[in-house]
Every structure is written in structure tokens, then in C-alpha cells.
Design a protein around this ligand. Structure first.
Ligand code: ATP
Length: 312
């Protein structure tokens, strides 16, 4: 089993009398992508701030890279990189100068080479000597992430890395994330986008009003919903009628000649379902298992649609 890069237990954080994190627990395996999903104000940035030693917890234990954030701030900081919604990019410097500044701050040896490699890797060579103020949102995020990588951190926090980016820049960012994981980096990703968590994460936690309302792999979260069902499509009405008689409780769609049967999607129940149809000599033209997507999960867990679903 992989060791934990991050271990959080009973984490609480309040601002004044507002409880922002209400006792949360989770672990992040080294070399994995862990995604914290939640709507605006759920407490995601606060979690990142605590893990990154930028805010102190009121209660609970938090270990990052094997060190306690409360007592070993320096060691934690040496192991992590943070890219956030408020980018560290200096608008008045060029991309190259921003990176060079970071390399100097971190006293990186052969900083010039490191900077050149990062510009190349993030496809920023052409704009390297232009002021960052002239960069697009996507380029700025890439520069921000490149700056984070200067010190080769083992654990990277990406706080909503693609919020506000167009689909193409978002996909570029995803490709970069996948490359980093392939190199063994651990990524803690906060996002409001279900698709992003679904695409990238090995494990997801869903945060709502400072509490974790669910955690698991993307597939586990989807399976936990009651909504998994089998769709059977028939060639004619009489076959649909016959199937509906055999499978009471199934929802029928008269126009599409479809029957939806609740199922856990496991092979045993699927076989039993098909056997029943077979015993009554009823044939379905099409047969598919529908697993709910993360939007469905979010709605079921929080009682609200996700931000992504609302904006669509
Ligand atoms: N320094 C602070 N002082 C007071 N309240 C704060 C502070 N930081 C955050 N909060 C409050 O804590 C709650 C959670 O904020 P947080 O930024 O962690 O949420 P989030 O999930 O990251 O949301 P978003 O997606 O909007 O960034 C909000 O209600 C916010 O107003």
C-alpha cells in the first residue's frame, strides 16, 4: 500500500463564530491525485490554506509529507508547492523573469536551465519575454504552475486551477496534471467542476458547508447512488408490454419503447434479469447499464445541483 502524503483527522477551523471546517478526516496516498469537490464557500480554500501552513487549525491533526503542520511548518513548506486562485505571478515582470525570481528565492542551482526547461515544458517560450500582464488566463495559470514547480515540490496544491478557463486551456492543464502524477508528484486538487474531478482524481471527497458528505473513487461515488439502472429497448409495443409484465416496478417510456429497471449493475443481477426475459421468450433490442454521473452524485448528496450543472 502507498504511504500517505497527507493525513487529516478531526480538522476544525472557525472564523469568528463561523464554522468553516467542521471536523473533517481524509488521507491522500503519495503519488495520487486527490480532489476536493464543493460549491462556493464550502471551505476548500480554507482546507488548502491549513494544509499549506497558511492558516492554523483550531482542532485536529494535519500531517503533510510526514510532518505536523502545527509544529514543523518549515519542513512542510519545503515539501509543498501551492498554486492558487490568487496567483503569485507578478504582472509587471515577464514570464522568464517571474520564473527566475522564483528560482533565486528558492536558491535553485543552475536556475537558468531550470527556467528554460519550464518555459519549454509549458509551451511559454514564445511569450517568455513579454510582460505577464499581456498573458491570457490560461497562460497565466500555466506560468503560476510552472513557478510552483521550480523547487520540485513532492506535493502540489492546485486550488481551482481551471476556474474561468476555456475548455482548451482546461484540457492543457489536465494534461500537465497527468504528467506530474506520472512523475510521482502528489496532487491535491480543489475544484467546483465534477468533470474535472472525474477525469483526474484517484479519490474524491465532497465538501459541503464544512463537512465531508462523501468520499471514494469516482466510480464508487457514482455507484453509491440509487440511480443505477438497466435500460432495455424493444422493437415494438407488444414486446415492451410483455417485458413490463415480467418486470413489475420498471419505469416505461412508451414513445422510445424503453423500460428502465433499477439495478446495482453487478453481473449477477444482470444475468438474472436477462434470464427472466429469456424464460418468457422476450427479446430486448438494446441493453445498457446507466451509471449516474458525478452531477447526479452531487445532487443526491447535497440536495443541490453542482455549480457546473447550474452554469450549463
Ligand atoms: N479569513 C477569513 N475570515 C473570515 N471568513 C473567512 C475567511 N476565509 C474564508 N472565510 C469564510 O469561510 C467560508 C469558506 O471559504 P473558502 O474560501 O474556504 O471556500 P471555498 O470552498 O474555497 O469557496 P470558493 O470556491 O468560493 O473559493 C466562506 O464562508 C468564507 O467567507
Amino acid at each position: 500500500m502507498k504511504s500517505s502524503a497527507i493525513a487529516v483527522s478531526g480538522l476544525r477551523k472557525t472564523y469568528g463564530d463561523k464554522v468553516v471546517l467542521d471536523g473533517i478526516d481524509f488521507e491522500v496516498a503519495a503519488g495520487s491525485v486527490f480532489s476536493m469537490l464543493g460549491p462556493n464557500g464550502a471551505g476548500k480554500t480554507t482546507t488548502v490554506n491549513v494544509l499549506a501552513t497558511l492558516a492554523t487549525p483550531d482542532a485536529g491533526t494535519v500531517r503533510v509529507a510526514g510532518h505536523d503542520v502545527a509544529t514543523a511548518t518549515k519542513q512542510v513548506r519545503a515539501a509543498i508547492g501551492v498554486t492558487g486562485q490568487f496567483a503569485a505571478v507578478d504582472e509587471l515582470l515577464s514570464g522568464r523573469e517571474n520564473l527566475q525570481l522564483m528560482a533565486d528565492l528558492k536558491r535553485v542551482r543552475s536556475g537558468g536551465r531550470v527556467v528554460a526547461d519550464l518555459l519549454e515544458r509549458f509551451d511559454l517560450v514564445e511569450s517568455a519575454d513579454k510582460m505577464a500582464a499581456t498573458y491570457s488566463g490560461g497562460m497565466r495559470r500555466k506560468l503560476d504552475l510552472a513557478m510552483t514547480l521550480v523547487g520540485r515540490p513532492r506535493i502540489i496544491f492546485l486550488d481551482e486551477p481551471t476556474t474561468g478557463l476555456d475548455p482548451r486551456s482546461r484540457r492543457t492543464m489536465w494534461a500537465i496534471v497527468r504528467d506530474l502524477v506520472a512523475e510521482g508528484t502528489t496532487l491535491f486538487l480543489t475544484t467546483q467542476y465534477l468533470e474535472e474531478a472525474d477525469q483526474l482524481a484517484d479519490r474524491i471527497v465532497v465538501l459541503d458547508h464544512g463537512r465531508l458528505v462523501a468520499q471514494g473513487t469516482p466510480d464508487e461515488l457514482k455507484r453509491r447512488l440509487p440511480g443505477t439502472h438497466v435500460r432495455l429497448r424493444f422493437t415494438d409495443r407488444s414486446a415492451l408490454d410483455a417485458a413490463a409484465r415480467i418486470l413489475p416496478g420498471a419505469a416505461r417510456d412508451e414513445q422510445e419503447l424503453i423500460l428502465r429497471v433499477a439495478s446495482d449493475g453487478e453481473s449477477k443481477s444482470l444475468r438474472a434479469l436477462l434470464d427472466r426475459l429469456d424464460q418468457h421468450a422476450v427479446n430486448a433490442q438494446e441493453f445498457s447499464v446507466h451509471t449516474p454521473d458525478l452531477d447526479d452524485v452531487f445532487l443526491a448528496l447535497t440536495g443541490r445541483p453542482s455549480t457546473e450543472a447550474i452554469s450549463q
